[in-house]
Design a protein around this ligand. Structure first.
Ligand code: AMP
Length: 147
């Protein structure tokens, strides 16, 4: 997948936005959606996507959608920090397959980092659904409190 290929509306995140595929939603507004990564690289690994922008990466996303994503990234990061008390948080975003991108709808990773714990392998081990559900409940509650 090159940086300039056309947007594929059948990508998994587009399906999630249309309600055709499930996700563990953490936060949603008119423009953005945040949900748990199914193959987390750390406990609490979340993703933030734009809902109205058919963009694959930072090159083709419109500035307004990008800014709105960053507001949600900060909101989710604050909730993750308050709820999970990580020692750090990594924000990552990949453009094109050679850079590590596997889903071609622009997204930011928000990855809590815990001292002494390495980063899990990217998009590899699927999380236990019960663990994701429990984590979702904690984080949704925290986000509703304005965290
Ligand atoms: P990237 O490799 O930057 O494109 O990131 C895509 C991310 O989406 C990876 O971290 C995957 O684990 C994650 N992912 C893939 N499919 C799903 C899904 N259905 N729900 C949640 N996360 C997903």
């Amino acid at each position: 997948m090159s940086l300039t290929d056309a947007y594929d509306p059948q990508n998994i995140f587009a399906k999630i936005i249309r309600g055709e595929a499930p996700c563990y939603t953490l936060y949603e507004d008119d423009d953005t959606l945040a949900f748990l990564d199914l193959f987390p690289q750390s406990y609490g690994h979340a993703l933030v996507i734009p809902k109205r922008s058919a963009a694959r990466n930072m090159l083709d996303v419109d500035t307004e959608a990008l800014c709105k994503m960053m507001v949600t990234v900060q909101r989710v990061m604050r909730a993750l920090v308050e709820e999970l008390k990580p020692d750090g948080v990594q924000v990552a975003q990949f453009n094109g397959a050679p850079a590590g991108q596997t889903v071609f709808h622009i997204h930011f990773h928000v990855i809590p980092r815990f001292a002494g714990e390495g980063l899990g392998i990217h998009a590899a081990g699927k999380a236990d659904p019960a663990e994701l559900e429990a984590l979702q409940a904690r984080l949704v509650k925290r986000l509703q409190q304005g965290g």
